[in-house]
Design a protein around this ligand. Structure first.
Ligand SMILES: C[S@@+](CC[C@H](N)C(=O)[O-])C[C@H]1O[C@@H](n2cnc3c(N)ncnc32)[C@H](O)[C@@H]1O
Length: 368
């Protein structure tokens, strides 16, 4: 159970967050980037991934654990695929690969791993995540087809799990920061898919009743069979759900609104407001301004986001046969639009650009 700062998570996440607050870590803007792998073995931490800073070429990277640098700075490696995806020159030299000694006691539990991109000896952007070396032991491998439906890629199970862990950390940070004094006892992972994030929430949040729901019945049934301590429900594509009023203290939704058209977002925000208890949190990701601008094969998306605030006309066929025809989209929206429109349903208490990882922004909302 959470009770303010005394967080009931297995392990010592809270200590890590407090250490970071003191060291000033996590105050840099989040840069576009991703961890491809993180491993800790025989006192060596090895991380690989990519990161760039829009408009500025990075000249070095440095690696930090719980706010303190370990190892030497390294120069960026070329990543042609990243440059092709984003279409800007500064995305070419964006690769990092670092290996450094880290004391064993640091990794007995949770640690914040952070990579900072530097220009002229100054940190100008970062990506970070909560990590513990044994986390994979807690997870169950979902079938490849179900994983494909939630990620749209055939990435390795390691990349898939790491992304789930990263998302867990982002939600966890927001809950501990904004959760308020009331204990969190019931959480819903809305759009849980095959449990990439729900599985981590179930493993590491102690004393919290964790629920998951999705419109993909097969994924929900797989979760129910493989996560016996969770509570899973298939929901209809349109609200209402069967949950009673004021059921949850927290609802998380990673990459759900990113697929819903404008009116449907409103319908679901209204439903979330009904099922979240007063003072409860809604934590959701959206494709914000950076994602819209990066969609370089469809420049009209960026134009529409800049002029109208939202672009919801890009079809996404990955749920064909599962979601109703033309239900599932690629939806992009400006920060200004999101903060203004979502405020009709919730108090928007934070908006963290790229704060969800995977190029998505994190919107933190509270029910009055
Ligand atoms: C991109 S996937 C993300 C899944 C999961 N949150 C994760 O991060 O692994 C989006 C999920 O939202 C589900 N979904 C879409 N619309 C939904 C809705 N209105 N209610 C519940 N789930 C929905 C999809 O079926 C899919 O599983």
């Amino acid at each position: 159970m959470w009770a303010g700062e005394s967080v009931g998570v297995e392990g010592q996440v809270m200590n890590v967050l407090q250490t970071n607050k003191e060291s000033g870590a996590g105050t840099l803007p989040v840069a576009p980037g991703r961890f491809d792998s993180i491993e800790y073995s025989e006192q060596f931490l090895t991380v690989a991934g990519w990161m760039f800073s829009p408009g500025r070429a990075l000249d070095t990277f440095r690696l930090k654990v719980n706010g303190a640098q370990i190892g030497e700075e390294v120069v960026p490696e070329a990543r042609e695929g990243v440059q092709k995806k984003f279409g800007v020159p500064e995305a070419l030299n964006s690769g990092f690969r670092m290996r450094a000694v880290a004391p064993e006691k640091t990794f007995r539990n949770w640690a914040e791993v952070e990579v900072c991109g530097r220009v002229g000896g100054q940190d100008i952007g970062q990506i970070s995540m909560l990590y513990r070396p044994d986390y994979q032991a807690a997870l169950v491998e979902a079938p490849a087809e179900l994983r494909f439906r939630v990620t749209g890629s055939r990435n390795s199970i390691g990349v898939y799990w790491l992304a789930g862990l990263q998302t867990f950390g982002k939600f966890y940070r927001a809950i501990t920061r904004y959760g308020g004094p009331d204990p969190v006892n019931r959480l819903l992972d809305w759009g849980c898919g095959c449990g990439r994030v729900t599985g981590v929430l179930l493993k590491y949040l102690t004393g919290v009743e964790v629920h998951g729901c999705d419109i993909d019945r097969e994924a929900v049934e797989w979760c129910a069979a493989n996560f016996p301590t969770g509570h899973f429900t298939a929901v209809a594509p349109h609200p209402p759900t069967t949950y009673a009023d004021n059921t949850f203290n927290v609802v998380t939704g990673c990459s759900v609104l990113t697929h819903l058209r404008r009116e449907l977002q409103f319908d679901w925000l209204k439903e979330m407001n009904r099922i979240i208890a007063p003072g409860g949190l809604l934590l959701v990701s959206v494709h914000g301004d950076f994602a819209a601008a990066s969609f370089n094969n469809r420049p009209e998306v960026k134009t529409e986001v800049e002029t109208v605030g939202i672009s919801d006309r890009t079809p996404d066929h990955i749920l064909d046969g599962i979601a109703p025809d033309s239900y599932y989209r690629g939806t992009f929206q400006s920060k200004a639009y999101t903060c203004q429109e979502f405020a009709r349903y919730f108090e928007v208490i934070d908006y963290i650009e790229l704060g969800m990882g995977n190029l998505q922004d994190l919107v933190v909302m509270k029910k009055a």
